[in-house]
Design a protein. Sequence first.
Length: 314
Amino acid sequence: MDTYSVPLKKLVEEFSLEVAHAATDFDAIRVTVEDVARPGLQLAGYFDHFEPMRLQIMGNAEMSYLGKLSAEQRSEIFDRLFAYKFPALLIARDLLPDNECLEMAKKYNVTLLRSHEPTSTIISAIITYLKAALAPRITRHGVLMEVYGEGLLLTGDSGIGKSEAAVELLKRGHRLIADDAVEIRKISGNTLMGNAPELIRNYVEMRGIGVINVARLFGVGAVKVENEVNLVVNIVHWNAQEAYDRLGLEDQYMELLGVKIPMITIPITPGRNLAVILEVAAMNNRQRKMGYNAAAELTEQINRHFVENSGQLP
């Protein structure tokens, strides 16, 4: 897995931040960690466990504390703080940096930013944005569809009919996230989000027809930027020598980025309506997440029947 970063310039554009002072390497600065920090203890002189890789954010509490200090004390504090060369210092609530802050930012060539948003609001927004942007990710060959709210990742050999099944699902009112290449990001301990690389977003390739633009052909309601990956559907050619699970009692999983995703294998033969099967798979997976398992219920009923009728003559 690659390590990702976000240009500081992109953060400034995304959150409409004001650049009070731009470091000479402003265009090259990149944020590599998803957490941000409020340097409250550092303003009091405590730098143990200080993380200089984080974006530093100050709000009303920090600025109020600094306002009670002398200019010499503020200059000394900022001299120590900016010496750590963190990506940038962001001052929230539309507050103005004092002269000592600006002076030391220039001395140590550290970018100084401002935001009119409340401190908690901008912190929450930036962390959410960075968590998604810096999430570990992989790319897998397949098709990702949203079917009844469930994210189905269709996998299988090239040419087996994944894209054709996707188009049939589109005609039935479901939505496309990605075709051919699916970028999967781990946004939390057990949650994977999938999307299409920007270059091929909204496009589907159908053999014999070519490339189609789903948003233009079916309308913008037929596409979605991203969706959670809830179920992996492995589509295979029917093999009479293989034994396929007929009851659904065998739990299969595919591990992606350390997360186990439920998986089913669907064998196909000419004449099978794959779109209908996928719709049922999505609804069944949703029921299982809600605690209902039809296969387990049927097995329990059969076992109960034999127990109740054991020893009785027909």
